[in-house]
Design a protein. Structure first.
Length: 166
């Protein structure tokens, strides 16, 4: 029985990191995907170490940001459903999990509210998120980061204008 190795689309790394022409020829689709996967994996692995998922973190932030009135499940699903490949069903399951853990409660109108335990979990996770952000941004100035975001946003705009983001 023979097995075939998957063909890796990874382009060859340029000979030197400062070889402008070699870097300029690198495919953005590939490198943006690799960056996305590495960053999301790092974040989710870090969060798993403190027993929280990224969707749960997003929900805690959405509920906290709503103030004392909280936020309905529907609002949370509308705001977060489809975020970075996370389905609306996964958002609902994450909210259910937070309710079961006692990090959220629901009032008589169905609004979700942070409990004391939820506020504590949010504060603990915020420290982790801040540390991971520093790790991800190590050696990158704010100016470089903003420039990279502007380039990516321009590429998105270009693709949408060309009709490629349907």
């Amino acid at each position: 029985m023979t097995t075939t190795q998957p063909i890796s689309p990874r382009p060859a790394d340029p000979a030197t990191p400062d070889d402008f022409a070699a870097l300029a020829a690198q495919p953005i689709g590939y490198w943006s995907g690799v960056a996305h996967d590495a960053v999301i994996r790092h974040i989710r692995n870090g969060m798993a170490g403190v027993d929280i998922t990224q969707p749960q973190w997003w929900i805690l932030n959405q509920v906290a940001g709503a103030g004392p009135a909280g936020r309905s499940r529907e609002e949370i699903v509308t705001r977060l459903g489809g975020t970075i490949g996370v389905s609306a069903d996964e958002i609902v399951r994450a909210a259910d999990s937070l309710l079961a853990r006692g990090w959220l409660s629901a009032d008589g109108q169905g609004s979700l509210l942070l409990t004391d335990a939820g506020r504590e979990a949010k504060a603990r996770t915020k420290k982790l998120v801040d540390r991971m952000r520093a790790e991800i941004h190590e050696g990158i100035t704010d100016e470089e980061y903003v420039a990279a975001l502007r380039v990516l946003r321009r590429m998105i705009s270009n693709v949408e204008a060309a009709g490629g983001a349907r």
